[in-house]
Design a protein around this ligand. Sequence first.
Ligand code: FES
Length: 293
Amino acid sequence: MSDAIGQEQRYDNERGARGQRLVLVSFAISMLASAGLIVFYVFSGWTQVEGVLLGLALGGLGIGMIAWSTDVLQIPDHVEDRAELRSSEEARATAESLLDSPGITRRTMLLRLLGGAGGLLAAALVVPALSLGPHPGQSLFRTKWRRGSRVVDADGNLLRPDYIGIKSITTIFPEGHVGSGDSQAVLMRVDPESLQLPPDRKNWTVEGIIAYSKVCTHAGCPVNLYRSQARELLCPCHQSTFNVLDGGQVVFGPAKRPLPQLPLMVDDEGYLAARGDFSGPIGPSFWDIHKND
Ligand code: FES
């Protein structure tokens, strides 16, 4: 009887030792993976590796906690008849010396490992906050166009009204900012009598020459197709179509906002220039675009 109980006890001890090793290894893997995640994030930015390390950090922590809780919850009950419950003097002295020793107990060690793994994982999850960068401020609402900015084509040539043909479409930029992604616009000439612009935009065109942002308000593709007969601008990505005559309103497609219009004028030297920035924020809508739109 006592042999059977002793054997069962040994089995439980071995199982407990295995469970403890699993907890230790799992927490150690989680800590190493979290530390590696921080290092890769700061020095490499290799997102695939970061994903694997994050999985190991979370997985190691989870497996360790499950193994630990299983070990705690499965403490077996043993009943054994004993004639004499008093330990020998030698055993009592050994136990007292162990209780007095300042060594680290299994529970303390596991708790420290758990704290280390959890702390490193929290640090690894906080570090990406550094990528948020500075507040964009007004940069999402402003482009390089200012009152008096002269209009140039993609080669940097200044444009006079008589350079613009009736069926052509020209990509333009503010002088000194050729290639600026958010400032690019398209310029066309239409019959001035056909324009149906809002009253506050009556002087935004020059002899029927009109300009709109080239950045599609759906997902930001360049709007570079012009149906001169229909007076419509077409985005090739998802076929959003904008009416040139009535302020760039959407007539077809997934875009939800009109193309922002660039107010035009002629400067003292007879060149096309801007009266100011676009009529609204360029490009796709975002969460607080209504503030200035
Ligand atoms: S980006 Fe222009 S329609 Fe989608």
